[in-house]
Ligand binder design. Structure first.
Ligand code: CUA
Length: 327
């Protein structure tokens, strides 16, 4: 029972022991093999240690006699143990090497390249395309086609972050001025949670991401949808919200496609309401949470670079009405 409960802790959408793609499979296999082999060696060493202790002790009156034959046998046992230790270390190193080669081969033929840029504390996600007007920038949630290899180009604008979606791949750092390549593939459609895995400041723990793997047709439809400019406000209140947004400092940091708002230092909000979460996985997407985030970003995520705006209740409601329409 305890074992079942223990193993259930290893399942879920953010577990390296619950692999959902070839890279994570390879790593999970390695983890289990290393663990099993090391456990076996530990048990054997404990037995070898305990056996002499349990043997009949030499009586104090018995003289200590040196026996050349017995000494020779002991030396041979020590040499065999050293040889086994070396071969285990070399064997495990070779296994790691071949696993790395398998990981490197996953991305061969990847048709989709996504540039993921780490910021304190959110992820900028840019879908590359040979046709410039198909390049898409969004934030925090990465949609990919299921069953296809995808190449991620990882970089950062400020400090070192680390991209880790445990059920799909190992972790890899995002380093300013450098591009690291990580290939991922999700076997089946699903939502896989990821987390920044390198301490990057106060809100490191609130730097989550989601990989949303979908069948190819749905992924293509999503991409086309995201390329569209933002929806026009559907109500008078939302229209007021749009005007407020465009005349406040919001536009200095955020972009909303189809409007003059063109900031690029914070997440693109063109289709913000189509995302599942706010502030890089900190809050679920809802009208209440949008209002909470705008009214008190420092209360929700202390240290975040989102400043507090001077807004009265009606103004806050109007901006939220506008943003929640940006599906
Ligand atoms: Cu970004 Cu930790």
């Amino acid at each position: 029972m305890a074992c079942v409960l223990f193993l259930q802790g290893c399942a879920g959408w953010q577990s390296a022991l619950d692999p959902k793609g070839p890279a994570a499979n390879e790593l999970a296999w390695l983890i289990w093999f290393f663990t099993a082999l090391c456990a076996l060696i530990w048990v054997l060493v404990m037995i070898a240690l305990a056996a002499p202790l349990l043997m009949r002790p030499r009586a104090p009156s018995e003289p200590l006699v040196l026996n050349a034959g017995a000494e020779h046998r002991k030396l041979r046992v020590v040499l065999i143990a050293v040889a086994m230790t070396v071969s285990v270390v070399v064997g495990l190193t070779l296994l790691s090497f071949f696993a790395n080669r398998t990981l490197a081969a996953i991305g061969s033929g990847a048709a989709l390249t996504i540039r993921v840029t780490g910021h304190q504390w959110w992820w900028e996600v840019r879908y590359e395309d040979a046709t410039p007007n198909r390049i898409l920038t969004t934030a925090n949630e990465i949609h990919i086609p299921a069953g296809e290899p995808v190449r991620l180009l990882l970089t950062s604008t400020d400090v070192i972050h680390s991209f880790w979606v445990p059920s799909l791949s190992g972790k890899l750092d995002l380093i300013p001025g450098r591009i690291n390549v990580l290939d991922i593939k999700a076997d089946k459609p699903g939502v896989y949670r990821g987390q920044c895995a390198e301490f990057c400041g106060a809100q490191h723990a609130n730097m989550g991401t989601f990989i949303i793997a979908e069948p190819r047709a749905r992924f293509d439809a999503w991409w086309n949808d995201q390329l569209r400019p933002a929806r026009s406000p559907a109500s008078g209140e939302a229209k007021t919200g749009e005007d407020l947004f465009l005349h406040r400092p919001c536009v200095m940091c955020h972009r909303i496609g189809g409007t003059p708002a063109g900031g690029t230092v914070a997440p693109d909000l063109t289709h913000i309401a189509s995302r599942r979460t706010l502030a890089a996985g900190t809050l679920t997407m809802s009208r209440g949470n949008l209002a909470a985030w705008i009214a008190d970003p420092q209360g929700v995520k202390p240290g975040a670079h989102m400043p507090v705006m001077e807004l009265n209740g009606d103004e806050l409601n109007a901006i939220v009405a506008y943003l929640e329409g940006l599906k």
